[in-house]
Design a protein around this ligand. Sequence first.
Ligand code: ATR
Length: 275
Amino acid sequence: MITSTTCLYCVLGNPVVHSKSPLIHNAAFKDLGINAVYLAFSPENTKAAVRTTMDAIRTLNIGGASVTIPFKEVIMPYLDRIDTMAQTIGAVNTIVNREGRLTGYNTDCEAAIAPLRPFGIKGKTVCIVGAGGAARAVAHGIAAEGGKVVVVNRTQEKGRALAGRVGGTFVPVDRAAEVEAQVVINTTSLGMAPDTQTLSFPESALHPGTVVMDVVYTPMDTCLLKTARAKGCTTIDGLSMFVAQAAAQFTLWTGQHPDIELMKRTVLENALGDL
Ligand code: ATR
């Protein structure tokens, strides 16, 4: 029941209408009997709106926030403290409000690496498609585990910069077919609804045994994952990573560990055809 002591949490994104975060965090609050509610907010993507939103979190004592596209980098100057890993990655996906002081964290990195560990990362060539906030989180995680990073990105400058930061190499998009990688991770929005037929990595560079992961989860079975399976690759869907980063946020806010299977089930049962 919502009462006068209910704590508010939220997701900040623009657009935010397709976000599954409210579904899973509210399900976990209910499951653990925590008096909290989680809503979706879509501020304008301007510096003034971002600053006002951070002030609103402090003023209204909002307990914390998930941060998604396009705010993961732009909110950083308006926080009071940034955790070391988020600082290294250069992106924040989680805000925790402790008595008016806002700390930024990044739970994307561990969430991306965890499903790949069983396949081994050390010494493997890992191709990361994209060079935005999600790519940085994944690239730092891969490098920390001893993987060799290859970045493929549309904008060469950004791709080169990311590869340089993690001791990896850069390959332009038009030469992606030449990449020989044991693991391929799409971190771009290519393949996301409504443009579900766009392939983020060339089919010819996928081989039996390649591990292919997609951060896109709308749809859950992306064009990349379907193509990869048809070529004999092992695939990891974006929902696993999405739920893992959300569960880590939940723990930062509440100190409790949510039921990950419940979170996953909740998304699947309430996806309303999105997945
Ligand atoms: P996120 O924080 O989710 O990573 P982002 O920082 O906006 O989001 O990064 C999005 C990434 O997807 C970028 O690497 C972007 O490529 P550019 O660096 O060239 O902008 C990539 N991306 C998005 N849409 C794309 C498209 N239509 N074709 C190719 N790459 C695309």
